[in-house]
Design a protein around this ligand. Structure first.
Ligand code: ZN
Length: 138
């Protein structure tokens, strides 16, 4: 069995941002040389997510509005976590949007359903953060 590991680094310009990382993950798969197996992609930080959905700007605005309803950023004082930090909302948003995705690898390609794309969801950005890509198979 082959095994491949890579870290992808991101630094967003705003506190919250959704980044399509499908091409980066595909590049990892090509580099791995693995034809059949599984590809895990996970955020390595507890205020960021990796998830699969549609690359459609209206939907991305809907995610922002929905997440702000569920876990509004402000006022910071509403959260017990916000003593030395101000990112309680980011922890909650990350939990809702998920930590990782697993995609099947078939015939050297990510075996997606229609319109599926992999996103990095940043909820407490403007600093360098990582995503882990681990691919195992033959
Ligand atoms: Zn925190």
């Amino acid at each position: 069995m082959k095994s491949y590991r890579k870290e992808l680094w991101f630094e967003t310009r705003s506190r919250r941002e959704l980044i399509n990382i499908t091409r980066d993950v595909e590049a990892c798969l090509t580099e791995s040389g693995i034809k059949e197996g599984l590809c895990l992609v996970n955020a390595m930080h507890i205020t960021a997510s990796v998830f699969i959905n549609d690359d459609e700007s209206g939907l991305h605005q809907d995610f922002e509005v929905w997440l702000e309803k569920l876990a509004p950023e402000k006022p910071y004082s509403q959260y017990r976590h916000n003593g030395y930090e101000d990112n309680a909302d980011a922890h909650l948003k990350r939990t809702i949007m998920g930590r990782e995705v697993v995609v099947a690898v078939t015939d050297s390609r990510l075996d997606f359903g229609p319109w599926e794309q992999i996103f990095y969801g940043e909820f407490d950005g403007m600093r360098r953060k990582r995503v882990l890509v681990k691919i195992i198979g033959e």
